[in-house]
Design a protein around this ligand. Structure first.
Ligand code: ADE
Length: 219
């Protein structure tokens, strides 16, 4: 899967993407990242990418022209790629979205807005708009990292244990949460590992784990 990220701050990604599971995913060629600096598509000698909003108001907006040209270039590399826009106005991003994006296996082009937002006309070049929660961040880079991490770990060959993805939290979106887990030592400062987990009784352990799976209430 080729994931192309359009950003004014592409230098923020490699620290996260070149570590741990995401490093492994690149190593086994499950995913490849390409960083596109939006500044390269800026207008004029100052490579301007933002301007004031029509109708007035605070802050600056990313202009449509540099964004669309960056998207078009990314599409030349990968014509079938889905264009994703992280925005607080998008539909709320869920585990089922990560699963379907991983299963579809198309390349992704993720736009990372900055400043006060973007010219709405760019949405004509966007396939999906997602919010990662009901709070406002300073830009799209962190939401892009959240989405990439949740998708890439589901790609074939990335997650080690075959069952890990099947038993983990949020399998059915926002309902079940994984059970609590423990490792050595058996006792730490008076806090003991639940006896049943030391018993070797697989059926009892399964029953205990099922009883501890929380059903998350919608809030
Ligand atoms: N950009 C700023 N805040 C965001 C959020 N909560 N989700 C997605 N993109 C965002």
């Amino acid at each position: 899967m080729l994931i192309q990220l359009i950003s004014l701050f592409p230098e923020v990604f490699p620290g996260v993407f070149n570590s741990s599971m995401l490093f492994k995913a690149q190593d086994v060629k499950a995913v490849e990242f390409k960083y596109i600096n939006l500044r390269d598509y800026g207008k004029g000698p100052r490579q301007q990418v933002d301007d004031t909003p029509y109708g007035g108001g605070d802050g600056m907006l990313l202009m449509v022209d540099p964004l669309v040209r960056a998207i078009e270039d990314a599409k030349k590399t990968d014509p079938k790629a889905l264009v994703i826009l992280p925005t607080p106005r998008g539909s709320s991003y869920k585990q089922s979205d990560a699963k379907s994006l991983a299963a579809e296996g198309n390349g992704l082009i993720i736009i990372c807005p900055r400043y006060e937002g973007y010219d709405e006309r760019v949405t004509n070049w966007v396939d999906r708009q997602y919010s990662i929660g009901n709070y406002v961040l300073t830009g799209g880079e962190i939401p892009a990292m959240v989405m990439v991490d949740s998708i890439v770990r589901l790609l074939p060959g990335v997650l080690g244990g075959e069952t890990s993805a099947a038993i983990e939290s949020f399998q059915d979106d926002d309902k079940t949460i994984e059970y609590p887990q423990y490792t050595r030592p058996e006792s730490f400062r008076g806090l003991d590992v639940p006896e049943v987990l030391l018993s070797g009784h697989h059926a009892q352990i399964e029953a205990w784990r099922s009883s501890k799976r929380r059903i998350k209430n919608k809030t």
